[in-house]
Design a protein around this ligand. Structure first.
Ligand code: FPP
Length: 227
């Protein structure tokens, strides 16, 4: 067994709605509880030496949810970014987003940009929020960039034109809530990720469970197609 700290962990934070339903609460209460877990897990990842934590906060498909839930998620995100700024700064966390945020309100776009600018010097961990993100959409946008720059379509050029350009590929992918699928998340970047699916709903996920997953990861043999 080795003791490698994964450079890049990606998470699909699923189960907020079911967590709330089990408690006779509104789905939105599950999202609020989920935001607290985002904070705890982000700080923990920074403390143990993870360099990139990518969180699926809003997918290109999530627009299909009821209007009120979409509005709630947008407001929660804006509130979270504003209130978390001191936490980002105290913990050396840099914010980056992937996805096409041009569909968000001007005010949310401004908050995202300001938070990215103010945290740009964070060196411990980059928290990457996937916002209006879909992997197929990202790959199409990358290929369009290649065309507009007259660049050859190669693996290297695609990689350098994805929203995740400059980031390492995913080492560990975690999905909570018992669902076992990728849901259009980082299809390219997960090519050699070790995948973990836990029944825990996202609002109940915690640092100990993450540590256990990292221990399991260190017991797996990654061969990257070799022998
Ligand atoms: C999936 O649970 C969760 C989401 C679509 C949103 C994720 C948002 C958060 C964790 C909170 C806010 C995030 C930040 C970064 C502040 P679901 O609603 O699909 O749950 P269900 O499958 O049980 O219905």
């Amino acid at each position: 067994m080795n003791n490698t700290v994964p450079a890049h962990i990606a998470m699909i934070m699923d189960g907020n709605g079911r967590w709330a339903k089990e408690r006779n609460l509104k789905r939105t209460a599950g999202h609020s509880a989920g935001a607290e877990v985002v904070r705890k897990i982000t700080i923990h990842c920074g403390n143990i030496g993870v360099k990139y934590l990518t969180l699926y906060a809003f997918s290109t498909e999530n627009w299909q949810r009821p209007k009120l839930e979409v509005e709630f998620l947008m407001k929660l995100l804006e509130k979270y970014l504003k209130q978390e700024l001191p936490v980002y700064l105290e913990n050396g966390i840099k914010l980056k987003t992937i996805g096409d945020i041009s569909r968000f309100s001007k005010s949310l776009q401004k908050t995202i940009k300001e938070t990215e600018d103010k945290t740009a010097h964070g060196t411990k961990l980059t928290q990457v929020l996937a916002l209006n993100y879909g992997s197929k959409d990202e790959i199409v946008r990358a290929v369009k960039r290649l065309n507009s720059k007259n660049l050859e379509v190669s693996e290297e050029n695609i990689e350098e034109n994805l929203d995740t350009a400059g980031m390492p590929n995913v080492d560990i992918l975690i999905r909570t809530s018992g669902e076992v699928r990728l849901s259009n998340y980082l299809l390219w970047q997960n090519a050699y990720a070790e995948m973990f699916f836990t029944n825990t709903y996202w609002p109940d996920f915690n640092e100990n469970e993450l540590d256990d997953i990292i221990s399991d990861f260190n017991n797996r043999e990654r061969r990257f197609g070799g022998i």
